[in-house]
Every structure is written in C-alpha cells, then in structure tokens.
Design a protein around this ligand. Sequence first.
Ligand code: FAD
Length: 442
Amino acid sequence: MPVTRQLETDVVVVGSGPGGATVARRLAAAGRRVVVLEKGRDDQWLGSYVGALRYVDRGGLLFTEEGLNLVRAITTGGCTIIYCGTATEPPPWLKERYGIDLEGHVRETIDELHLEPLPDEVCGAPALRLLEAANELGYHWTKLRKFIDPAKCKLTCGGACMLGCRHGAKWTARDYLADAVRQGAELVTRADVRRVLHSDGVATGVSAATPDGMLEVHAGTVIVAAGGLGTPIILQRSGIDEAGVGMFVDPLVMVAGVGRERGTWYGPPMSVGTYEMIDEGVLLSNLIDPWAMHVIMTGLAAPRRLPQTLRFRHAFGIMVKIGDERRGVISVDGRISKPLSERDRSRLNRGVAVAEEILQRAGCDPRTLVVGPVRGAHPGGTARIGEVVDHDLQTRIRNLYVCDASAIPEALDLPVVLTVIALGKRLADHLLARGPRQRAAA
Ligand SMILES: Cc1cc2nc3c(=O)[nH]c(=O)nc-3n(C[C@H](O)[C@H](O)[C@H](O)COP(=O)(O)OP(=O)(O)OC[C@H]3O[C@@H](n4cnc5c(N)ncnc54)[C@H](O)[C@@H]3O)c2cc1C
C-alpha cells in the first residue's frame, strides 16, 4: 500500500491503554511533540452489549489454539474500558529480582487518582456478605483499593462495569489520553501500526495502516504500548524475533452459586477479596459476569445448570485468578498458543475449593455451584524486561521502547494497571532526563 500521509514528531506512542496514555501525557506535559496511534476507535457507547461488541476484540471470541478464551479491548483507553477498576501495588519481586523500583510513581498515582477502598454503601451488601463469610471461615478478606469514584458509582449496573462504565465513575486511560491531547498531543485513531521503521539499529518511526492508506510517523523516540498481545507482533514484524515467547495470562475462573439474598450483580466487581494466598499464586475476589455472559459461561461449563441462571439476581460469584507459568507464545501472524501446566491447574483447583467453601458459608445452595471455563484477561511477558527490553524498557533497536504489560517479566497474579501506569511514568521521567532526541539521531 503506498504511503499517503507522513507526520514528523518527537515521540510516537503506539496504543492508548494505560501504558501508552500515561507516557504520552507526561511527555506532552513536558513540552514534547507527541503523536499517539491507536488501532481502535474512540467508541462512546459504553456499558452495553451492543457497544462492547464493537470494542471487545472479536466480540469476545478470541481463543488460543488450546481453546482458552482471552479478553481484550481495541479502543482508546485499551483494556481499562472493560477492566474492573481494582488497583493493586506491584509485587516486591519486581524491585528485588529486576531492580525496577516503582514505589514513588505508585504513591504519586494513588494520591493523584485518590485510589482507596470503596465505602460500605458502595461496595454493596452482597460483597460485604462474601467478605464476612470468608472471615468467619478464618480467611482474611479485606476491601480492595479501587480506580472508582464512589460519588459517581451506581450499584445497579449488574456487572456492566466490564462492558464499560456509562457513569464516568471508573478511571480509564482515556482520562490520561484526554490530558495528553489537551497538552498538545495528536491522537490518530484507526491507525493499525504494522512495523517500526529503523535504520542502522536506530528507530526512526513507525508505519500504520489507516482507512485512508498507509501513514508514516517519523520520530526520534518510538514507544510501543500495544498491550501483551499487540506489542510482540509489532516487534516481530520489525525484526525483534525473540518477542512473543513466554506469555502469561493470569488464568481465571468464575465460581458461582445461588443464594437467597440479593447477589453479586449488585455493586461493583472486585471490591473485596484477599491477597493472602498470593504466595501460592492464587487471588480471590467477588465477581460475576454480566447476565448474558453468565448464561453463556454457565451453559458452556454445566449445561444442565442453565435453568438456574434465571435466578441471576440471587447468584453470588467469586473469581479465582492464578499466577501461571510463562508457556504462551504469540506468533507474528497473531496465532496464540497458551497451554496450562499441571501447576496452573492445581492452583486453580486450590482456589476453587476455597471459593466454594466461602460461597456455601455465604448461603449458596451447594447443588447450584458452577465453575466456569478458564479464561485469561492479563496477557503479558511477551517483551520481558531482561530479555527483550532492558532495565529502561529499551529494545536492542535504539530509541525503541516498550511500555505496557508485555514488559512485565513474570505473571503478576494481581491487577496490572497500577503497575503499568507506574512503568509509564518511570519511562517518561527517564526519557525527559535523557534530553530531547532528534529524529533519526544515530
Ligand atoms: C475484563 C477485564 C478486567 C480487568 N480488571 C482489571 C482490574 O480490575 N485491575 C487491573 O489493574 N487490571 C485489570 N485488567 C487488566 C488490565 O486492564 C490490562 O492488564 C491493562 O489494561 C494492560 O494495559 P496495556 O497498556 O498493557 O494494554 P492495553 O490496555 O491492552 O492497551 C493496548 C492498546 O494498544 C492498542 N493496540 C493494539 N494493537 C495495536 C496496533 N497494532 N496499533 C495501534 N494500537 C494498537 C489497543 O487497541 C489498546 O488501546 C482487566 C482486564 C480485563 C480484560
């Protein structure tokens, strides 16, 4: 396809999820000329199935070769449009094993965005019932820190947080992206970046397919932030063949049962839970799919239990998420393989046993307990620190950086966004300290 448009800038950022939006905002605020290229549209119809079908990749039907369902959003703001809004600090091993100290940037973000647990009346009685039941059994559940403004949150959304928040209660990377644009950054949507342009081992820009033809953006600094699945494909197309190997996805299952009281649909997801089993690689939290997804997932896991989905308003749910082994591979043509290991399965089983115990204590009928199919929502590790990028997130192509979950070197088994934001702020500070880069400075 011939090049129909060219742009010149200081920095080009690929992707507008939490990684891309954060770094773009900070660099634009410091006066750098920034262009952000985003593959998706700036979709506005949030919080509905019809809207989500447009921005959830393949309408939610993205599967690995082994049949594991992966969920990601292709839109401005990336996966934060559909995330649950739980904020968790990076694990200590990131500093201990890899020397990545994010403490200052994490603290800055917590203060800036007022990331706190929700008040009881916004968590909702069903979440508090699960917390109480878990603690009666001797576990240690607490309220979790959220990216949610309690003043705007409506409890009656029925889990639609994961279709996009229609009340503006949930912080998303679009908030940072809007700041970046206000500071002068140029946003180009529907720009599918194909490869990084480079010469003599130095990045000089990117080329992207757009509805109007090929766009080339020439820049002294290139930051690829297309997420755990998007980034490794761009890197491989650009000659970094070692990207895409060793992917984790933090596999998860939903465990649900029917009780007598109002169920988990009432109140935001993942507002309570426990990190006490993190050493075993297991995280538990309150969560139930929005109704239609709940029906589909119940049908896939236990078709005979489908009739009980009519009692959705009394259904309680717990998500079991685990830290998995890095066995996934994404190829340059987009094929994904992600086998689960014996250790992954035994971690899932361990979490499911605890979740079933808590659900029964909370009043669910044991005959209604259903364990949904295994899914993945946190792909990462596909451009790992120490292998594909260095300590400063730079690849072996100079002035080409990665800034998203693909740089995280091991499964977090934790919500990812606060870590990715902190990585973005750290990278921006590093680039600003290094001074301006002229285009194609070799
Ligand atoms: C249902 C769900 C619930 C979640 N809940 C939580 C939670 O509560 N807390 C938490 O911390 N995390 C949560 N996560 C995970 C979190 O949302 C992601 O880990 C995080 O958004 C990853 O950020 P990223 O910048 O790496 O990538 P993404 O958010 O995926 O952003 C990548 C961006 O790049 C764009 N892109 C891709 N390819 C290209 C290309 N070729 N050219 C141009 N642009 C491209 C995409 O459209 C996207 O906008 C959840 C995820 C899901 C799916």
